[in-house]
Write a protein that binds this ligand. Structure first.
Ligand code: KG4
Ligand code: ZN
Length: 353
């Protein structure tokens, strides 16, 4: 990619910036979290995340309300990220932002803010793919995985197994054919009458339940792709049949039901990951995305890793769900590779990579 600001840039090389250190200000606004982070030489100095409670009453994210909340949040969030990092805008070398995928109105707010800042500060701009950023969240803290590694990326919109040969060479080798893992958690929770987003609630109830009490089916999908629609249908019929027999069934068994659903969801994810590790011979194994905050997944991955001789890596909680630190670290690697973007770079609701 070109380096649009080079001719106007403060110094002859973007690497010299305002000193030897490289400081990136990153903005994430793809869904319902407004986040800003500052990273210096690959070290995260701040990561501020503002959630949006307004969606709870609707049982899901309302795109127009998300955009409006981003507009309200973005200046305080960026200001707070700069203050926490102890950083002045003039010392920033580059502005990174989430370009895709996501809700188009939400992406627009972050992108326009980032572009305006880059233009006014005369700094380079870096557009970041949200899913690449989830994967590279594993490079934020020590211990970091060695290349090549596999990453199971499990979020509200995606479920992928990604082979990573370098920060720049990422190949999707398996993905969901229907629902994403987070979506499956959220839809299961909805069937159980739990509020949105239900994934973390299933996790909480599951921690008090017996995961072997109820059995849900595991899909037989060839290759490395995933499917969660069969599990969702099985849960629907399971609840309907048992509630017909006993109207208090859900209320009296919620912990065991959540634990059993979580156990099956995790086994669908990890059995495929195991197949991917066997097929590729790769033993450096990471997880990423909102669902990697799930305690059942974290524990089972660690145990599976010990059984199979893998080295496993799980990002800290704040880098699992949507956050700007992962955009900052991806921006840092793209900066090192001089992958800058023009001011007219377009955002996209969906995009392959
Ligand atoms: O990565 P993320 O924050 O946003 C997207 O890019 O989609 O992922 C959000 C998803 C939601 O579906 C949420 O329910 C799920 O991650 N999630 C969890 C947990 N924490 C977040 N699912 C299961 N257990 C959790 N502890
Ligand atoms: Zn995400």
């Amino acid at each position: 990619m070109s380096t649009p600001f080079k001719e106007n840039y403060n110094s002859s090389s973007p690497f010299s910036g305002t000193g030897s250190a490289i400081t990136i200000l990153a903005i994430e606004s793809s869904c319902d979290e407004t986040s800003a982070a500052v990273c210096r030489d690959g070290k995260i100095l701040s990561n501020i995340i503002a959630g949006q409670k307004v969606h709870e009453q609707y049982g899901g994210v309302v795109p127009e309300l998300a955009s409006r909340a981003h507009i309200q949040n973005i200046i305080p969030v960026v200001t707070s990220a700069m203050q926490t990092a102890g950083c002045e805008l003039q010392t920033v070398d580059c502005i990174a932002f989430t370009q895709s995928p996501g809700l188009i109105g939400s992406l627009l707010v972050g992108a326009q803010f980032a572009k305006s800042l880059a233009l006014s500060l005369n700094k380079p701009l870096i557009a970041v793919h949200h899913m690449q950023a989830h994967v590279l969240a594993n490079l934020i803290d020590d211990p970091r995985p060695a290349f090549p590694f596999l990453c199971l990326t499990v979020s509200g919109g995606h479920t992928q197994i990604v082979k990573c040969d370098s920060p720049y060479q990422l190949t999707v080798i398996g993905e969901t054919m229907d629902d994403a893992a987070g979506e499956a958690f959220d839809k299961s929770a909805k069937l159980l009458g739990l509020p949105y987003p239900g994934g973390p609630l299933i996790d909480t109830y599951a921690s008090k339940g017996n995961a072997s009490r109820f059995s849900f089916p595991e899909p037989q999908i060839p290759g490395l792709d995933f499917s969660f629609s069969g599990l969702k249908t099985a849960i629907l019929y399971f609840i309907r049949d048992n509630e017909q027999k006993d109207s208090n069934f859900l209320r009296n068994n919620i912990n065991d039901i959540c634990a059993s659903i979580q156990k099956r969801s995790v086994s669908i994810l990890l059995n495929n990951l195991k197949r991917a590790a066997e097929e590729t011979g790769i033993t450096e194994i990471c997880v990423a995305g909102g669902v990697s905050a799930n305690s059942g997944l974290r524990t089972s991955l660690t145990e599976m890793g010990m059984r199979n001789g893998w080295k496993t890596y799980i990002p800290a909680f704040q880098y699992c769900t949507d956050n700007a630190a992962m955009i900052a670290i991806t921006g840092y690697y793209k900066f090192l590779n001089e992958e800058f973007d023009e001011l007219d770079v377009k955002i996209s609701a969906r995009s392959e990579w």
